[in-house]
Ligand binder design. Structure first.
Ligand code: ZN
Ligand code: ZN
Length: 166
């Protein structure tokens, strides 16, 4: 999937792909149904291809504090230039031009990176998510508990050390 055979079209072509939840095309990305990827490819001479893409859909993430599911919309566009590997120059390395071989462009990595860039590093269901109680584990956005966390011991009780639990 997402391989474009340059011999299969003239100067311009469009491709569209709609992914379903569970297709597992992109490792570690839990997208929902109707995850749409639209690609247009425009040949620029015989050795370069301009790829323009649009990604529209939703990705399921987990809140870093309370562990609830978050449905994160992704609506993004990108443009990448691919150049035949034998025609790549030193300047290309600095301008992020990508290479292809055998008349075939593989967009998988490019799409994967574009999606990853759209995802927050520390997903939160809301900026003021209250997280889980470090003692009894209830979701403090939904319930109250009477646990007391002594300030000095708070660190030892954290069930998810290293995550942003406040
Ligand atoms: Zn949360
Ligand atoms: Zn508690």
């Amino acid at each position: 999937m997402f391989k474009i055979n340059l011999a299969s079209f003239g100067d311009f072509a469009e491709f569209s792909e709609e992914l379903k939840k569970g297709d597992a095309v992109f490792e570690g990305i839990d997208y929902d149904d109707n995850f749409k990827i639209d690609i247009s490819a425009t040949k620029d001479g015989t050795e370069s291809v301009i790829i323009e893409g649009a990604i529209n859909g939703k990705v399921n993430l987990t809140c870093g504090r309370c562990l609830e599911n978050i449905s994160q919309p992704i609506n993004t566009e990108f443009t990448v230039i691919f150049r035949k590997k034998s025609a790549i120059t030193g300047d290309d390395a600095q301008t992020d031009v990508r290479s292809y071989v055998n008349n075939e462009i593989d967009l998988h990595e490019c799409l994967y990176e574009t999606i990853m860039l759209e995802l927050p590093l520390k997903p939160l269901c809301s900026q003021d998510c209250r997280g889980l109680c470090p003692v009894c584990g209830i979701n403090k956005n939904k319930e109250k508990c009477s646990c007391s966390v002594e300030p000095g011991n708070a660190e030892t009780y954290k069930p998810f050390k290293g995550l942003d639990l406040q």
